[in-house]
Design a protein around this ligand. Structure first.
Ligand code: WTA
Length: 686
């Protein structure tokens, strides 16, 4: 990216957008050739009687109905799964064409908080809703459904007192503590739209998200703590708020109790104010299609998108996937150890579990703190039945050996899930054998912030697993693999291309907050009639799906999606940097690491600390998750004759795949020499 202003959202166009950059098709083909398509595991079939979907025939029958008799399928499920304040009049409207705006459960009225809290507080007040385990394992709390209702109502009354009304947006920048969940549910109760920002993001990132979401009120804590490390949340918030003129109120919760800056008239102590609130708060009656929340995610261009989800469709979809994919039964303890700042936390810590009346674990710490047995201690201590994490965590734990797992009683575990990136078969087998003792189901769940819930996934009791494959579509999901160049569907098995979805599903995103055109341009216009995921995919000889990675300019680092443009934008903030190009490369723990190629201004003198300065600037602009793995300072970058950086070549160089550089004829003058020098420099660096 040249040193210019943020590239912003794509220009408005009503024509078919040009196909996305699909330079990775050669990588997809290579990946496809190496897939272990014949390694099949027939796991929970020994106790399948207790599974909701107890056989392949049962899955196929339900799947068939979900596609062929879609309206009746979803009507029945929506009526039996949710509590409606007013029934819907039509199941579904719209389609995947850009003008065919998708809607579900039309004219239905409900309240998401009512579904997640009130109805369980009525029938099972003493059931534990939330188990909280702090960064220090000594710090724990359990919250019953009755107590949850009480706290959420107080929280909602506080927000009301502070001026929050339906459709207002509320920014949440919080550690993993119960108050964060209360804040989300209180917004839902009032019909306000929450926008949670991951508490590892830096001030500039937080600022951009708060501005884009038009937040007038924000909720934070004095400090967060993770793995013993303090995160100065209120300081970061103060920094961000310097440039958010719209925000007039900052609610602060005391978590670590250290001194913080205070701005009289703007800052209020949440815990003090809550004490004065009444624990009864009437619900707002919301429409099915009213937005529940937005969550920012990186795209190919610089500016993150506020992915916005509906109330009824999203809730129903997370509730249903939660029930079937994790094979949830009453009494189960569900531990999803993601952060609530990501969609995984929204869907499978908060909304999916609570809508099922489940007990959900809110975990503040990290897998290595105080040692690599932390997850397994957690599972043993709370008798966890379903455990959900990311492949990157499994790979990091594998390095430390099996003894950290072996001295824990993991007999309560039944289903082990992964999400965020393809799981390599070696990590899959370790999860299956060492953690699951070859008796737990492994569910490799493929989905996205935009999809709201699982899209391709095994179902315990029904679908046999192949390590590395997300297996089959969930109910109502119709995956299509398109030829990336022609956009034509590839029929039959043994095909690879780009993954799209043909029909709407209830959990699908409804808009990009404040920029609906972007939804059309990014997801619906590239291949008209289909939702485009941005992922490459193989359908193998048995009809199993294998995700082969992103085909656009986003990079999946440790299961967190980053835009190469975002990192490039951060790098060029360095006063000496004139141009940057960032690509992903295979990383043994993170899945994909960041390799940054940068050029410096002619008058800038590169010194021993330059690389560190560049690295620090990315951490400051985005956050530690975007820390570059390699930074290569080079006099020039390989470009086409028209001056476009050839990322395909940079990816090959970063991955040390330099014997297969492919066609070099597009390179501008002197390009061969540039590439040759880069290869040498990259070798020295790695
Ligand atoms: C990737 C996370 C392979 C994929 C829920 C997708 C996966 C992106 C898997 C979405 C999986 C997620 N196998 N790849 N099981 N799960 N991905 O929005 O590239 O943070 O497009 O949502 O992660 O990331 P996001």
């Amino acid at each position: 990216m040249p040193r210019t202003e943020h590239s912003g959202s794509p220009s408005v166009t009503r024509e078919r957008s040009p196909p996305p950059s699909i330079e990775h098709v050669d990588t997809i083909a290579q990946a496809a050739a190496a897939l272990p398509v014949d390694e099949v595991y027939n796991i929970s079939l020994q106790n399948k009687e207790r599974c909701h979907i107890y056989s392949m025939e049962c899955y196929e029958q339900m799947y068939h109905r979900s596609i062929k008799d879609s309206d009746n399928f979803w009507r029945d499920i929506a009526m039996s799964t949710l509590r409606w304040l007013h029934p819907f009049t039509k199941v579904q409207g719209g389609d995947m064409h850009p003008e065919g705006d998708v809607s579900w459960f039309i004219n239905g009225k409900l309240n998401v908080c009512d579904n997640c809290v009130d109805r369980w507080a009525e029938v099972a007040p003493e059931r534990i809703a939330i188990i909280w385990e702090g960064d220090d394992p000594q710090h724990t709390q359990t919250i019953t459904y009755k107590a949850l209702l009480n706290r959420v109502c107080k929280f909602a009354n506080m927000l009301k007192r502070l001026g929050v009304r339906r459709y207002d947006t509320v920014g949440i920048y919080m550690p993993m503590i119960p108050e964060t969940i209360y804040a989300m549910l209180a917004c839902a109760r009032l019909g306000a739209i929450h926008s949670v920002v991951f508490a590892g993001f830096s001030a500039p990132n937080l600022r951009d998200r708060l501005i884009d979401a038009h937040c007038k009120i924000v909720i934070t804590a004095d400090q967060g703590i993770r793995g013993g490390k303090i995160i100065p949340l209120k300081n970061i918030m103060d920094e961000a708020l310097k440039e958010c003129p719209l925000v007039d109120t900052c609610v602060v919760f005391q978590h670590q109790g250290q001194a913080i800056n205070w701005i009289e008239g703007r800052d209020v102590w949440g815990h003090e104010m809550l004490d004065g609130m009444r624990p009864y708060c009437p619900l707002e009656i919301m429409d099915s299609e009213d937005l529940l929340f937005m969550l920012y995610t990186s795209g190919s261009t610089g500016k993150p998108k506020g992915i916005a989800h509906s109330s009824a469709g999203y809730l129903l979809y997370t509730a249903l996937t939660f029930k079937y994919v994790f094979d949830f039964h009453p009494g189960d303890i569900h531990a999803c150890v993601a952060d609530v700042g990501w969609i995984t936390g929204h869907s499978y810590i908060v909304y999916g579990p609570l809508c099922n009346g489940a007990t959900t674990v809110v975990f503040e710490s990290v897998p290595m703190h105080p040692n690599p047995s932390r997850y397994w201690q957690l599972c043993e201590r709370w008798r966890v039945s379903q455990f959900y994490t990311a492949p990157t965590a499994i790979r990091a734990l594998m390095i430390h050996g099996t003894e950290w797992v072996e001295n824990h009683d993991l007999s309560s575990l039944r289903v082990l899930g992964t999400v965020g990136e393809p799981i390599n078969p070696e990590a899959w087998r370790w999860y299956y054998e060492v953690v699951g003792k070859s008796r737990c189901d492994i569910v490799d769940t493929y989905w996205q912030t935009e999809t709201g819930g699982h899209m391709l996934t095994p179902l315990p009791g029904a679908i046999k697993c192949k390590p590395g494959s997300a297996t089959r579509p969930f109910f109502g999901v119709e995956p299509v693999i398109l030829d990336s160049k022609t956009g034509k569907p590839l029929h039959g098995n043994n095909v690879n291309g780009v993954l799209c979805f043909r029909r709407p599903w209830p959990g699908m995103m409804r808009t990009v907050y404040g920029d609906h055109e972007r939804l059309l341009n990014v997801y619906l216009r590239p291949y008209p009639g289909y939702y485009f995921t941005g992922d490459g995919c193989v359908r193998d000889k048995d009809g199993y799906y294998w995700i082969t990675g992103r085909v656009d300019d986003t990079i999946n680092v440790s299961g967190h999606r980053l835009g190469s443009a975002e990192v490039e934008h951060a790098l060029v903030q360095h006063k000496g940097c004139s141009e940057a190009a960032v690509v992903g490369y295979p990383h043994s723990v993170k899945g994909t690491g960041l390799f940054c190629f940068v050029t410096m201004n002619g008058d800038y003198e590169v010194h021993a600390g330059t690389t560190k300065e560049l690295r620090d600037i990315v951490r400051k602009e985005i956050g530690p998750i975007a820390t570059p793995d390699y930074i290569l300072i080079t006099p020039t970058l390989p470009k086409t004759r028209s001056g476009k950086i050839i990322r395909r070549l940079l990816r090959k160089i970063a991955a040390s795949e330099t014997d297969s550089l492919g066609d070099l004829s597009t390179l501008g003058e002197g390009g061969d020499q540039v590439v040759h020098t880069l290869i040498q420099e990259a070798k020295k660096l790695t």
